[in-house]
Design a protein around this ligand. Structure first.
Ligand SMILES: [Mn+2]
Length: 325
């Protein structure tokens, strides 16, 4: 089992210094898992080097220990024994900090994406778990390291955000059991919800209004999508990170099986978010375009224009629905 091999690697006397990293565009799971893993390793008597692919996003700066999540200035020549990569489908997802990872040293790959490429020297992949944070919870329990309020908060944030506040299909009975347990450490769910999801800039809402006006559908309303162009971003003075959840709006329409959001990251590069209802496997769709993720939530990147990307992905989405009914 993956978890046992991970524990063995952590306990090994030869492994003293651990480097921890995660994917770019860090969200709640990436950040929560990284901080929780750092606590676990420290309490197991290890030295920890936090090695994030970017600076801490503003939303999560309220977390204790947030100040330590900073992109290092010299990402090369980092001295460590074992690298621990969290919530990453493949090693490319850590972005430019990859140059700091020495491929001859062990890599622990802890992830919950079905599309994981098993890039590590030790791989622990749990597609049935809600989040990498949930995996770290099991590490604490299995290693008999007590959880405290701070760790409970990190894991709570990871599970809250990756399940879309316990709405997505990765929300299981185990998810709720673990959350109930974490709340006993004094988690203030109302306060966290407000900090993570609200307090959005005005620009996010005006941009959303404009994105919603691009709503289009196909196949009798079973496929629905919106887009955000570079021009829309600049006219609302908004950043692309403010559009991460936009795909949930077409997804919420009655009868929609596949929802898409096309976001122009820069000229000639379109990020596509794919979501599904009723068990449709959009990971298969994302894979056709060298992307991946989970069966009900995936992503891919296409070169070209937004309208070009819409045409080709919607055509494939229609085919997927035709073949799955
Ligand atoms: Mn995750």
């Amino acid at each position: 089992m993956g978890i046992n091999n991970i524990i063995k690697a952590i306990r090994s006397k030869k492994s003293k210094r651990f480097l921890i990293s995660t994917h770019r565009n860090m969200e709640g799971d990436a950040i929560g898992s990284m901080l929780a893993m750092a606590e676990l390793l420290k309490r197991a008597g290890k030295k920890v080097i936090l090695f994030p692919p970017e600076d801490m996003p503003d939303t999560y700066k309220f977390l204790p220990g947030a100040a330590k999540v900073k992109l290092m200035s010299n990402i090369k020549d980092i001295d460590y024994d074992v690298a621990c990569l969290l919530d990453c489908t493949d090693i490319e997802r850590i972005g430019s900090v990859k140059v700091g990872i020495c491929l001859t040293r062990p890599i622990l790959n802890i992830d919950h994406h079905i599309s994981n490429t098993y890039f590590g020297s030790i791989n622990w992949v749990e597609p049935n778990m809600s989040s990498s944070g949930e995996q770290i919870y099991h590490l604490f329990r299995k290693m008999s390291i007590p959880i405290n309020k701070r760790v409970a908060l990190y894991i709570y944030i990871a599970m809250l955000t990756d399940t879309g506040s316990f709405r997505y299909s990765n929300t299981t009975a185990d998810t709720h059991r673990i959350i109930a347990e974490l709340m006993q450490y004094g988690i203030d769910a109302v306060d966290i919800y407000r900090k993570v999801y609200e307090g959005v800039p005005r620009s996010s809402l005006t941009l959303l209004a404009s994105a919603l006006s691009t709503l289009d559908t196909a196949k009798n309303g079973e496929i629905a999508w919106v887009h955000v162009s570079k021009a829309m971003l600049s006219s609302h003075k908004a950043g692309i990170e403010e559009t991460q959840d936009f795909v949930n709006f077409p997804r919420s329409i009655k009868g929609v099986k596949i929802a898409l959001a096309f976001r122009e990251a820069r000229k000639g590069l379109v990020k596509v978010s794919l979501r599904s209802n009723e068990g449709v496997d959009v990971n298969r769709l994302a894979k056709q375009f060298n992307g991946g993720g989970h069966s009900s939530a995936s992503g891919c990147v296409l070169k070209g224009t937004i309208s070009g990307a819409e045409k080709i992905v919607v055509t494939s989405a229609k085919k997927l629905l035709r073949n799955s009914t």
